[in-house]
Design a binder for this molecule. Structure first.
Ligand SMILES: [Zn+2]
Length: 461
């Protein structure tokens, strides 16, 4: 059987989205100042990017959807540009040398709307009252000019000015909130490196609902294999909901166990990678909840309780480690995000006294056995990157790894993986190299069977 090895983090265009991003430079900081008027859905923005040229550049490109461009400055000087097909191509007055540090400033206005994709609209979405952002994988240009590559992680300052009755939630820590006349400016700082698709803003009539840990219940569910005896305090991480007032009670009930989940995941996966975790419940139904840096956005339809909703709470929280802190080099490796987030659902079930992960794995295996086996986990192709089979089989692959390593080594491997790659970028080959350090047995065959071949391997015993 020929094995297909995917090269690690690459400097070229993303194989699935070759027109997204520009690999010839990298951004280390974005400063966004946005004025948003919900009624007319009007956005006036300025974005200041601090970047480094990887190579000599006479011109470079940013991703930005259809906005009217006011000014474009490079290092403070007016630059020539063209803007079509979602690409803002900029030619600085003076070419940039390899390694040059430079700033780009873009002023733009318009009516933001989602970027069309095979998975529906992506990015900025106008709501009946407000707006939300759900960009995965390529929706960010719907609201700010960016180098839209998951591997190009940067820090962000996001200032949003909007009518005062609205609440603004964005990735990061709220630095200031200033009201002038009838508008309020909310300034958020995201100091952790963040992929553009994980930057988010939610604007709506939300009530903040702090989530606090209940006292630990003795004898329940502490994972016997997750290392130290003390359950880490989840209290260091601020956890809040932002919820439409009529849903506060339902939210408080349905998310009551999230602090416990946070404590367990901290124990199983290592320290929570960010300073805060905000859950927005938009006042609309959403197909699926979506993860962003330090934020997850749910729809009204995700309230109501039951395992099928509780597992989503675990899934989105787990993405803060898998996907958001430990990010993928390019979209071929999306199973690293979704496989671990799926497995986190099963781990939570096991920890919380529900069915063990092995029971969920067996169910997933039965499901997959009855479906076409034409999907490879690594490099599934753009068409199948969000296929439910990728999630299920991703969870199974992690389960197979757990069985191969044994309990102690598996959880040590997990914590070291999120620790060593905290705020970094990885590819599947990095996981193989990493996990191989926790066993004497070669893991190549397991990775090949689960990740590179389409046929479903036997359920790990
Ligand atoms: Zn997910």
């Amino acid at each position: 059987m020929k094995s297909k090895h995917v090269p690690p983090a690459v400097g070229g265009p993303d194989p699935y989205f070759p027109t997204s991003g520009d690999h010839r430079y990298r951004v280390h900081r974005y400063e966004l100042a946005l004025d948003y008027r919900p009624g007319p859905n009007r956005l006036a923005g300025s974005a200041r990017l601090s970047a480094v040229a990887n190579t000599a550049l006479a011109e470079f490109a940013l991703d930005l959807a259809e906005f009217r461009i006011g000014r474009v400055l490079v290092d403070g000087k007016a630059a020539r540009y063209t803007h079509r097909g979602g690409k803002l191509r900029i030619r600085p007055a003076k070419a940039l040398g390899a390694g040059a540090v430079f700033t780009v400033e873009v002023h733009y206005t318009g009516n933001p709307r989602p970027v069309r994709s095979p998975w529906g609209g992506l990015g900025w979405e106008e709501l009946t009252e407000g707006a939300l952002v759900a960009s995965q994988p390529v929706g960010s240009p719907s609201w700010f000019p960016c180098n839209d590559r998951p591997a190009d992680k940067a820090t962000y300052q996001i200032a949003v000015t909007t009518p005062s009755p609205f609440t603004v939630v964005a990735s990061g820590r709220l630095l200031t909130r200033t009201t002038r006349a009838s508008s309020t400016t909310w300034v958020y700082e995201q100091s952790a490196p963040t992929s553009p698709y994980l930057v988010t803003v939610s604007i709506g009539h939300y009530v903040p609902v702090p989530l606090t840990a209940r006292p630990a219940q003795p004898g329940t569910g502490q994972h016997p294999h997750a290392g130290a005896g003390h359950l880490p305090q989840a209290g260091h991480v601020s956890q809040s909901g932002y919820v439409p007032r009529p849903l506060v009670e339902a939210f408080t009930r349905d998310f009551a166990r999230q602090p416990e989940m946070m404590a367990y995941f901290t124990q199983a996966f290592g320290p929570y990678p960010f300073g805060e975790y905000a859950v927005v419940v938009a006042d609309e139904e959403l197909d699926v909840p979506v993860e962003a840096q330090g934020v997850a956005t749910f729809g009204t339809n995700h309230l109501g309780g039951g395992w099928d909703r509780e597992r989503l709470i675990a899934h989105e929280l787990a993405h803060q480690w898998f996907g958001n802190s430990v990010s993928i080099a390019d979209w071929r490796h999306i199973w690293l995000n979704e496989g671990f987030a799926k497995y986190a659902e099963w781990l939570w079930s096991e920890h919380a006294g529900g069915p063990a992960a092995a029971v969920h794995a067996a169910a997933a295996h039965r499901l997959l056995a009855g479906l076409p086996q034409d999907l490879r986990l690594v490099d599934p192709g753009r068409k199948l990157m969000f296929d439910d089979r990728l999630y299920q089989r991703g969870g199974l692959a992690v389960h197979a790894l757990r069985r191969a390593l044994g309990e102690d080594a598996f959880f040590a491997m997990l914590r070291d993986w999120t620790g060593a790659n905290r705020h970094g970028v990885v590819a599947t080959a990095d996981l193989l190299a990493h996990a191989s350090r926790y066993t004497a047995a070669p893991l190549g065959p397991l990775f090949e069977a689960w990740l590179e071949r389409p046929e479903l391997p036997a359920l790990p015993a």
